[in-house]
Write a protein that binds this ligand. Sequence first.
Ligand SMILES: Cc1cc2nc3c(=O)[nH]c(=O)nc-3n(C[C@H](O)[C@H](O)[C@H](O)COP(=O)(O)OP(=O)(O)OC[C@H]3O[C@@H](n4cnc5c(N)ncnc54)[C@H](O)[C@@H]3O)c2cc1C
Length: 493
Amino acid sequence: MAVSQMDTDVAIIGGGGAGVAAAIEAGDAGAKVVLLEQADALGGTAAISGGGCLIVGTPLQESQGIHDTPDLAFEDWVKWGQGAADEVWARYYIEHSLHDLYFWAEKYGAKWIDMKFQEGNRVFRWHRPANNGLGLMTALIDGMKAKGATQVLSSTAAEKLLTQDNRVCGVRAKTGKSGQTTDILAKTVIVATGGFNSNLDMVLEARPEFKAFKVMEGSGRGATGSGHKLIRELGGYFTHMEHIWFYVYATPDYRDPAGRRGLVFRLTPGYVWVNQQGRRFHDESRTGGASATPALLAQNPPHAWAILDTPMTAKMEVADPYYRDGDKVRRDRVQELLDSSPYIKKAESLGELATKVQVDGPTFLNEVEQYNKAFDGSLEKEPKFGKSLKQSKKFDTPPYYAIQLFPLARKNFGGVKTDLRCRALNRYFEPILGLYAAGEVAGMAGGHINGKAGLEGTMLGPSIFSGRVAGGWAAHEAGFGPGFIGKPNRPLG
Ligand SMILES: Cc1cc2nc3c(=O)[nH]c(=O)nc-3n(C[C@H](O)[C@H](O)[C@H](O)COP(=O)(O)OP(=O)(O)OC[C@H]3O[C@@H](n4cnc5c(N)ncnc54)[C@H](O)[C@@H]3O)c2cc1C
C-alpha cells in the first residue's frame, strides 16, 4: 500500500459543528489546520439539525422582557440532568454562551431570529438561527474558509490515530474516490466525529434492554461512532454511554434499504397518540425525551400510533433532508411518505382505521370521541391529560391516518471524558498526549455535560463551544496562541 504523507500543526477529524468551530479557533491562533471530513460536504449532523442553542442573557431574551441569568440556567440544567450532568462543564458553557457562541456566531453572519420554550427551562432560552442548523453551519463554514488557514480534505475518512513515543502524532486517512491512503502528521489531533446514534449495534450495546423491541437509528448519516473506536484503541475513557436521548415521535424510514433508520416528524399539534390497546397515554404536546419517551416505553408493546385527520397532515414536517428544500417543507414528499410507508395506515373512517391498525375499536373510538367533545364544549384544555387545545382541532376530515411510532436514538449524552481543555483522558483521568475531543463524541462536551436529560439546545451549543475550546488548546500545544480564553457573561472578579 502506497501511503502519501502531509504535515500540519493541528489535524481535525470531522467537519460538523465541533470540527468547524475547532478549525476556526486553531486557525485564528496561527496554526496550520487540516480538516478531514468523510462526507462530500462539511456540516455533519449540525447542518441538518434544528440549529437551536441554549444561550443565556441574550439581547433576544431582553427584547422579549426575559431576564435570564447563568445562575438560573445552571439550576435548571443540573436539576434536569438528574444528578448526572458534569456541573463544571455545564457552568463553563452557560457562562460563555452569550459572548462565545451568540455574539461569536453573529460575527460570521449567523442571525438568531426567535426562541422556543423547551421542557425543564423556567424561561425561553432555546435560540433558533435563521435557516436552522444549515444557516448556522453555512455561516461558520464560509467564515472558516475565508480565513484561509484550514485545508479541507472532504470524502476522506480517518481510519487510525498515529502515535510515536507515547503521544498522538497524526492520523491515517483514506480518500473515498481515489482510495488513496494518507498519513497526516500533526502536532495535535482533535476528534470531532459526532455521536453513534446512526449505528444501531452501538446503541444496543449501550442499552441492551432495547434489544427486546424495535428501536431506530436517528442521528446524521455520519454519526456512526467511528471516532469512538479511534479513541478507544488508544485507551480513552468513555462515560455515561447509556445516556442516549430517545425521541418517540418517529416512524421507520421505509426508503432505508437496511430498515434501520427512522424519521422524526413534528409540528402536528392536533394529533393524538394511542397505544396498541387503542388508549391515549400522554399529553402529546410534551414531546421531550424526558417526558414522552418514558411514557411510550411504559406501554405494552412499547410503540404507539399517531392519529391525524387530513388537515393535520398539512402542518406535518419531517426532519430529514429528503423532505426539505432548504428551509421549505417538500409537501409532495411528505404526502409520498403518507401514501407509501407500510408503517402508515389510511382509512375513510375512524372505525376502519382502528381495524387496520388492530387496536381495540370501541376503546379507540371512545378516546377520539372524548377528545372531540372538548372542542364541542369550547374547552381550552382536553380533560384527560390537560393538553392545550389552542393549536389543535377536532378529528372530522377524512381520510384519517395512523402513523406507527417507535423509539428513535437521536443524541448521545455520554462520550469520551475530557478535561476543560478538551484533552481526551484515559481511565486514570490523565491526558492521552496530543489528543483532543469535542462535540458529541465527548458527550457534547467534557464527557457528559447534560447528564441523563437535556434542556434542548444543549447539544449543538456545547458541541460548537467545546470545538472552540479544543481548537484553542490544541493550537496552543502545537505552539500557537494562548489557548482558549473566551469571555464569560458577567464581570470577572
Ligand atoms: C435531526 C436532528 C436535529 C437536531 N437538532 C438539534 C437542535 O436543534 N439543537 C441541539 O442542540 N442539537 C440538535 N441536534 C443534535 C446536534 O445536531 C448534534 O449533537 C451536533 O451536531 C454534534 O456536533 P458534532 O460536531 O459533534 O457532530 P456532527 O455535527 O455530527 O459532525 C461530525 C462529523 O464528523 C464526520 N465524521 C465522522 N466520522 C469520521 C471519520 N472517521 N473521518 C472523517 N469524518 C468523520 C461526520 O461525517 C460529520 O460530518 C439534532 C440532531 C439531529 C439528528
